[in-house]
Design a protein around this ligand. Structure first.
Ligand code: FAD
Length: 320
């Protein structure tokens, strides 16, 4: 029997949606290990978060009132202290930029086995089985993690959000990080994604990726969008190049969209991109590579050159 410690995430006073997926993963794992699910929320308006985290299957919520937002040094020290006190069999976090920042450091400090970006978890005898992908999603493997304790980060979008209200015990975890070891802190924020276009509100969204090649070629996509009354979004490389505002980026570190139709043009379908488009009713993908991962989730696959297909589509829409 061993317990699970799930550390939830929040940003700007709101729990991130993946926190509720984490509760489901943690509840199922704790049950499989005959243990309890302990949930920790660090910083922010912790009392308000407790009401929302009070979901069926959560045994104890630990609140740690130290700091408003994420800080690497604070999280490393606090999660380290939580692990030292609670001795969980598994430390569970979302696979996010924040978690990747502090979980490896905690795993090293506490000599934990670390498995990242996990899609499925189960327990056989005392062995934790964690499924994850390798080689750009071309291979899926189940890893047996026998060492205890273990740290696991789970991929957003793979578990349903936990529901149901419970009567969970709440404990205040008193921990003051060592101020001298805090090497950085956030001075303020500049709002990213201040795009006037709201890609999350679009019914027909065209996502354009690196397959477009040169910035001049975007005119092809604009023609199609105009003809089809669609909104244009982009994969991260095009945003990084400065071709699009950050508000148009779709994916794990961008927007999560749920249009009626998402047309992915020249996008490979990296997990970080796909994380943002799973809510689309229909996904249509155009790609020259028949093995592109985007075709694994596409409802309709168009294998071919976008420079031939997009103008043909535009013409087709015009003649309708
Ligand atoms: C922590 C982290 C967070 C990230 N967050 C995001 C995110 O939020 N959003 C995001 O998009 N990415 C994100 N990424 C990046 C992600 O891993 C990929 O690198 C990115 O999504 C790839 O973009 P792409 O599909 O446009 O480019 P590529 O992977 O280069 O794919 C280009 C595709 O175009 C196809 N192609 C080429 N020429 C043609 C043609 N003529 N016609 C048709 N198809 C063609 C190719 O076959 C290929 O499949 C993140 C990465 C990390 C590490």
């Amino acid at each position: 029997m061993s317990d699970v410690l799930a550390v939830v995430e929040h940003r700007r006073g709101e729990l991130r949606p993946v926190s509720f997926e984490l509760l489901t993963a943690g509840r199922d794992l704790a049950a499989a290990m005959d243990g309890e699910l302990h949930v920790a929320v660090i910083g922010g308006p912790v009392d308000r978060y407790v009401d929302r985290l009070n979901r069926a299957g959560v045994d104890v919520i630990h609140t740690v009132d130290n700091g408003a937002e994420f800080n690497h040094d604070v999280y490393v020290q606090t999660v380290d202290a939580l692990c030292q006190t609670l001795e969980p069999g598994v430390l569970l976090t979302p696979h996010t930029v924040n978690a990747l920042d502090y979980v490896p450091a905690v795993a090293i400090d506490r000599e934990m086995a670390l498995v990242t970006d996990v899609l499925e978890l189960s327990v056989e005898d005392d062995t934790l089985l964690a499924t994850r992908e390798f080689y750009e999603s071309k291979v899926t493997a189940s890893m047996a993690v026998e060492d205890t304790p273990r740290a696991v980060t789970i991929r957003p979008g793979e578990w349903p959000a936990a529901e149901g209200i419970a009567e969970t015990e709440v404990r205040f975890f008193e921990f003051e990080p060592d101020d001298e070891s805090i090497k950085s802190h956030v001075e303020g924020y500049e709002e990213a994604g201040s795009s006037e276009v709201d890609v999350t509100a679009a019914d027909f969204l065209i996502g354009v990726g690196r397959g477009i090649g040169e910035v001049e070629n975007l005119a092809l996509i604009e023609d199609l969008a105009e003809a089809g009354d669609a909104t244009i979004a982009a994969s991260r490389p095009l945003v990084d190049k400065g071709w699009f505002e950050t508000g148009r980026q779709v994916g794990q570190s961008g927007k999560t969209v749920s249009p009626d139709v998402y047309l992915a043009i020249g996008i490979s379908g990296a997990v970080q991109h796909v994380a943002g488009i799973k809510g689309a009713d229909t996904i249509v993908a155009i790609n020259t590579d028949p093995h592109a991962p985007i075709f694994d989730i596409a409802d309709q696959a168009i294998v071919g050159d976008l420079f031939e297909i997009v103008p043909a589509l535009t013409e087709q829409v015009h003649t309708q």
